[in-house]
Structure formats: structure tokens, C-alpha cells
Ligand binder design. Structure first.
Ligand SMILES: Nc1nc2c(ncn2[C@@H]2O[C@H](COP(=O)(O)OP(=O)(O)OP(=O)(O)O)[C@@H](O)[C@H]2O)c(=O)[nH]1
Ligand SMILES: [Zn+2]
Length: 214
């Protein structure tokens, strides 16, 4: 099949991201075809009653699960307020559902985000921090990149004095298959600005995030 034509035929579906509808241009037909092939390949019958609608369901699920690919994270942070607050703001325990790009299996856990506004006092809506996590998580990812992308976007867009992002996740590709170690959690952090340069500020941020007591 001509790839360009196939791409042009991509259907628009509505996905949901952080509770908001987004236009997600995803080639559902192509996913359906691929899922049928996978079902054949594992020795299943894609036409049996229970599986007949599965390729379509998987296609719609993927459109939603990978909706972050069609979100501009800078836009997510566009709601900013000016506030005379030059100290740490932390939102912790933001749920993360992402997919490791190696096995396309989920990794799930929480993200903790802290930032110190810049001199102009630019702060964003608290929910926007969770939306930012969604925008970067709903893509094929690695946990390290997810962590640093969130930190870099906050640092840049808010011109924050300091940023800290800690992500703790369990990877299904380590739990369900391969090494099979359920319960192992991976912690990654990214620190920017004053929180990177100043050990005392970083320690204060870490204690608010309180990772070690979880
Ligand atoms: N650094 C990092 N590694 C990840 C992440 N998600 C999955 N991985 C790892 O990616 C690696 C891929 O290794 P490969 O040797 O290419 O693939 P594999 O043979 O399936 O590896 P095993 O999982 O060890 O069976 C594995 O060690 C996974 O644990 C992530 O977010 N960050
Ligand atoms: Zn993996």
C-alpha cells in the first residue's frame, strides 16, 4: 500500500488527555491491520467472536494512550499568573502512566514536581503540572527522558529559578517478562537552576518531596 496515501487516509479521532478532549490524528486502520497480524502470529484466530472487535478497540486505545505525541507541552503551561512568591512550590504524587519504548509495555508510578519561580514571579496553574506529565508520559518513552523533559519545559517556559522533578515507576517489562522482578521501582530525578547549584535548597526540596519515606 502507498504509504503517503495511507497516511492521508488517517482518520481523526477524539482522544482524551487529562480529562480534556484533544484532536488526535492517528491511523486507526493501520493499527487494526497490525493487531490482526499480531493475533495471527501468536496463533490466535482474529475472526473468532471474542477477538473480532479487538483490533478496533486496540486502535482506539492507542490513540488515547499515545495522545501526548500530538500535544505541545509549551501550550500546556500557557496559563501563567504573576505572583510575589519566590519560594518552592511542590506538587507530589502525580500519577504516571507511560510506555517503555523498548517493549511498548506500561510503566506506572508517580511524579513529584517542584519549582521556584523566577524574578518576574511567573507561576502556572497547579493542574498544568499534571497536564505536563500527561503530555510527556503518553508517548513511547524512557523514564529518564520523561523526567528531564518535564524539568526542561518548566525551566524554560516559566523561566523558573529552580526546578526539581522526581519520578518513581514500576516497569511492566521488568515485572511481567524478562527478569520478572515485580515491585522493583526505578527512581529518576532532574534538577535545574538554583536547585542544581545549591545543595541546601535541593535538600529542602527533596525533604518536601519526601521520597525516602514512601
Ligand atoms: N534506562 C531505561 N531502561 C529501560 C526503560 N524501560 C525499559 N528499559 C530497559 O530497556 C532494556 C532493553 O534491553 P534489551 O537487552 O535491548 O532488550 P531485552 O532483551 O528485552 O532485555 P530484558 O528486559 O533484560 O529481557 C531493558 O534492560 C529494560 O529494562 C527506561 O525507562 N529506562
Ligand atoms: Zn521495556
Amino acid at each position: 500500500m502507498n504509504e503517503e496515501l495511507d497516511h492521508e487516509a488517517a482518520r481523526i479521532v477524539n482522544g482524551r488527555l487529562g480529562g480534556k478532549s484533544v484532536d488526535t490524528q492517528v491511523d486507526l486502520k493501520r493499527i487494526e491491520t497490525a493487531v490482526r497480524e499480531i493475533l495471527y502470529a501468536i496463533g490466535e484466530d482474529p475472526d473468532r467472536e471474542g477477538l473480532a472487535k479487538t483490533p478496533g478497540r486496540v486502535a482506539r486505545a492507542y490513540a488515547e494512550l499515545f495522545a501526548g505525541l500530538r500535544v505541545d507541552p509549551a501550550q500546556v503551561l500557557k496559563t501563567v499568573f504573576s505572583e510575589d512568591h519566590d519560594e518552592l512550590i511542590v506538587v507530589r504524587d502525580i500519577e504516571v502512566f507511560s510506555f517503555c519504548e523498548h517493549h511498548l509495555l506500561p510503566f506506572t508510578g508517580v511524579a513529584h514536581i517542584g519549582y521556584i519561580p523566577g524574578a518576574h514571579g511567573r507561576i502556572t496553574g497547579l493542574s498544568k503540572l499534571a497536564r505536563l506529565v500527561e503530555a510527556y508520559a503518553r508517548r513511547p518513552q524512557v523514564q529518564e527522558r520523561l523526567t528531564s523533559q518535564i524539568a526542561d519545559q518548566l525551566h524554560e517556559t516559566l523561566e523558573a529559578n529552580g526546578v526539581i522533578v522526581v519520578v518513581e515507576c514500576e516497569h511492566m517489562c521488568m515485572s511481567m517478562r524478562g527478569i520478572r522482578k515485580p515491585g522493583a521501582r526505578t527512581l529518576t530525578s532532574a534538577v535545574r537552576g538554583i536547585l542544581r547549584d545549591n545543595a541546601k535548597s535541593r535538600a529542602e526540596a527533596m525533604s518536601l518531596i519526601n521520597v525516602s519515606n514512601r
